[in-house]
Design a protein around this ligand. Structure first.
Ligand code: PHE
Length: 595
């Protein structure tokens, strides 16, 4: 539905300026529209640009007052019209928060006389706060003062809305070209019981389709004439009274005309497997143990909640994360630990104030495709903390390299799935200095691997021996992750050896091209390569670790170093059905340690 609407609209219009408006006008779900946009963008049917808008929404507290009235009015109404009521009695009538806020606001408004006995000062009050909240719920705009006062009372908050503007892309077509991956029974038989055809057998053994009635939408459409050659007539002859959907006229039963996806017989092996093994070796040499990462489906609990990532965090939106429809929720979580996690989100502890919102079990239960391997790290650390409680604490160095998934538009450098490399150290008394030291060690080993790797593919003018040599400096920039504090983005500075020149681009020293086109400019550049930090007490303490245990950790994508190693500039050459095994066969293996 959404796909037809978008492609159809662009046939006659230059642009969809706002996907939200577009969905609303057509009664479509914006999430569905966004998913279709991402997919069509990936296949270059359309060009999509992000748009972000801030909208004012009610907080949970705001929603309650919009429904039940503001605390001050609730309190006012609880005070009798004549006479007075004691504090204690009034308190019994109201919710504690409503009582507390109600007292201060009603007194401020001079509605009630406070004291041990509380009485009314006025006879009628208007619930302006409730009216304003209802106006916001209605999408109306308020004046600046009203906005500020609601915001100060934390009854409203800004929410970032994400959508797209869309234009025709380089491969635009009004309909998606469908290529089949397998020849199915349906292709041969042509049976899809949805529509009823009215057709006439004509003298020259051709079928003339006069019209078809769709059983779903009940419209009658003239579908014109279809010849026997197309295979469609054959299908109709066999199932004259059977039903077909209009859309399926050319595909169902039309095995002669189907375009099949090409098989890639050489896609068995993966270039990355090799790089992955090398990087595993780096970790093993550094005495790290591999974590078991064999689960792509994870619960939101381990992927987010255990990592102190609040339930309203934008990454937990279906725009960014793939949630599972079936099974939609997890069956089992460690209940005692869940309770601790809930508590730390809601009200903190261990020196933290928490987030102060109502933590919902339903959110934590939702299954998803893990968005980072840190989900595995949280499971492993929890197990380690349990072990420490029962027996004794054992320091650990863990690593993992495996697949993660993000709901992103697919392009030259992004896939909806990629691999993450992750390392962590858990021990007593670790500091940021330890983290920096471990990162220096890890990345200099990685740089050595890159320096000695070479690309010697089919394009022989891309011979790249000893890609770079020289300095490998790291620089750190303060960053933010919900689960680490402090957090640091890792940047790497490379100065390339200028003694080699690339025969293709003739730039001296630029042997990594073209993804690192930045190296063309003077061959010096800081490049972001990873993310790191120290896990927060809000994550570690609920697991059961004692206060003196710290965890330092870092993560980066596997695709980056692999692309560098092989001078590959399109991530799809590295991952997926287009991978060329020839590259592996023809590439002489890199020799570690030999320049
Ligand atoms: N999980 C982070 C990411 O997905 C990487 C990371 C791991 C950051 C460990 C800090 C500590 O980017």
């Amino acid at each position: 539905m959404a796909e037809e609407a978008i492609l159809g609209y662009l046939e006659n219009h230059d642009e969809i300026s706002d996907s939200g408006q577009f969905a609303a006008d057509r009664g479509l779900d914006h999430n569905d529209v966004v998913n279709v946009i991402k997919s069509l963008h990936g296949f270059r049917y359309i060009d999509a640009q992000d748009i972000k808008k801030e909208t004012l929404v009610l907080t949970e507290e705001g929603k309650k007052y919009a429904e039940k009235g503001s605390p001050e009015v609730q309190l006012f109404l609880a005070v009798p019209q004549e006479g007075s009521i004691s504090k204690e009695e009034l308190q019994k009538l109201l919710d504690p928060a409503v009582y507390k806020i109600g007292c201060s606001q009603a007194a401020k408004n001079k509605w009630v006389q406070m004291g041990n006995q509380i009485s009314r000062k006025v006879q009628h009050v208007e619930d302006r706060v409730k009216d304003l909240l209802l106006q916001i719920q209605d999408g109306q705009e308020l004046g600046k003062d009203d906005n500020n006062s609601l915001k100060a009372r934390k009854l409203t908050a800004l929410q970032t809305w994400k959508g797209y503007s869309v234009k025709r892309g380089p491969d635009y077509a009004p309909r998606r070209r469908r290529t089949a991956t397998d020849l199915t029974r349906e292709h041969l038989q042509g049976y899809a019981p949805i529509c009823t055809w009215i057709c006439r057998y004509s003298v020259d053994h051709k079928y003339e389709l006069l019209s078809a009635i769709c059983d779903v939408c009940s419209t009658m459409k003239c579908v014109g004439y279809v010849s026997e050659q197309s295979g469609v007539a054959t299908m109709i002859a066999a199932h004259e009274k059977n039903a077909y959907h209009l859309e399926d006229v050319v595909t169902v039963g039309d095995w002669r005309n189907i375009e099949f996806k090409e098989y890639n017989f050489s896609a068995k092996g993966m270039l990355k497997v090799w790089v992955k093994e090398r990087i595993k070796n780096i970790f093993r040499l550094m005495n790290f143990e591999e974590m078991p990462t064999n689960r792509y489906v994870e619960s939101s609990f381990w992927n987010f909640d255990a990592l102190f990532q609040p339930q309203q965090h934008p990454a937990r939106d279906s725009h960014d994360t793939f949630f599972l429809k079936a099974p939609a929720t997890t069956k089992q979580l460690p209940e005692d630990y869940v309770e601790m996690v809930k508590r730390v989100h809601e009200s903190g502890g261990y020196g933290s104030r928490g987030y102060g919102y109502e933590w919902k079990r339903e959110e934590a239960n939702k299954n998803l495709l893990r968005t980072h391997t840190t989900a595995i790290s949280s499971r492993m650390l929890y197990a380690l903390a349990q072990h420490a409680k029962q027996q004794s604490f054992t320091p650990k160095k863990y690593f993992s390299i495996d697949r993660v998934f993000r709901n992103e538009a697919v392009d030259r450098t992004h896939l909806a799935e990629f691999h993450q490399i992750e390392g962590l150290v858990c021990d007593r008394g670790l500091t940021l200095g330890h983290l920096i030291g471990v990162l220096q060690d890890f990345f200099s080993r990685l740089a050595m691997l890159e320096e000695n790797g070479y690309y010697h593919g089919e394009k022989s003018d891309f011979k790249m021996h000893t890609l770079f040599s020289g300095m490998n400096k790291l620089k750190f920039k303060p960053a933010y992750n919900p689960y680490t504090e402090p957090s640091m983005e890792i940047f790497r500075f490379r100065i390339m050896n200028s003694s080699n020149s690339c025969t293709a681009c003739k730039v001296i020293g630029n042997l990594i091209h073209p993804i690192y086109a930045s190296y063309h400019e003077g061959l010096k550049k800081w490049v972001e390569i990873g993310n790191s930090g120290m896990f927060r007490p809000e994550m570690l303490r609920p697991m059961g670790f004692s206060e003196d245990v710290n965890v330092i950790a870092w993560g980066l994508s596997l695709e980056r170093p692999t692309m560098i190693l092989y001078g590959i500039n399109n991530i799809r050459d590295l991952f997926g059905h287009k991978v060329d095994l020839g590259l592996i066969k023809k590439n002489p293996l890199c020799l570690l340690g030999i320049k």
